[in-house]
Design a protein around this ligand. Structure first.
Ligand code: AR6
Length: 170
């Protein structure tokens, strides 16, 4: 189970997996950070498709095709903004990972890559976020044998090291 979980350094838009996860905002219509990169790489069809999805509440997830991406699907989830930790941020972040996996499984997605949701513009402390990400995913895998590969894609060395440490703990 643990061998399915990997940390990798790189750009999520280049990955050849069944699905990549987007750290979106509740409009699902694009923004900065990883969301902006995914919308640019997928093309305008993504914006047009997502307009019909009607947004997404924090902690939940919606799916679109990957359009111009190598990935077949994009799972859009909305992470919590960090307000100090007393606003249900931990649970909402765990929900993003869990609901993304549930939606992936429903769509027969076997390989999936997650960015470090909420740790950029939304300011979630990165170590705490990585611990929640890794624990939620590994907990899910104890109940499901659907997945063949789960990648935590890290955009910088600092995030990569944090994930290597978090994966060691499971
Ligand atoms: N591949 C992988 N990871 C990336 C990439 C990439 N191409 N680009 C950035 N990251 P952020 P959030 C990392 O800010 O905190 C947007 O405007 C980045 O280094 O993208 O959930 C949305 O529209 C960081 O580690 O997402 C929302 O309004 C991680 O992705 C808001 O930002 C997440 O940083 C969401 O904020």
């Amino acid at each position: 189970m643990k061998t399915l979980i990997k940390a990798k350094k790189g750009d999520i838009t280049t990955l050849e997996v069944d699905a990549i996860v987007n750290a979106a905002n509740s409009s699902l219509l694009g923004g900065g950070g990883v969301d902006g990169a995914i919308h640019r790489a997928a093309g305008k069809e993504l914006y047009d498709f997502n307009k019909k999805l009607g947004g997404c509440p924090t902690g939940e997830a919606k799916i679109s095709p990957g359009f111009k991406l190598p990935a077949k699907y994009i799972i859009h989830t909305v992470g919590p903004v960090w307000y100090g930790g007393n606003n249900d941020e931990d649970r909402l972040l765990a929900d993003c990972y869990k609901n993304s996996l549930v939606l992936a499984e429903k769509n027969n997605i076997k390989s999936i890559a997650f960015p470090a949701i909420s740790t950029g513009v939304y300011r979630f402390p990165p170590e705490r976020a990585a611990e929640i990400a890794v624990k939620t995913v590994s907990g899910y895998l104890t109940k499901s044998d659907n997945f063949t590969e789960i990648i935590f894609i890290c955009f910088d060395d600092g995030t990569y090291q944090i994930y290597l440490d978090a994966i060691k703990e499971i």
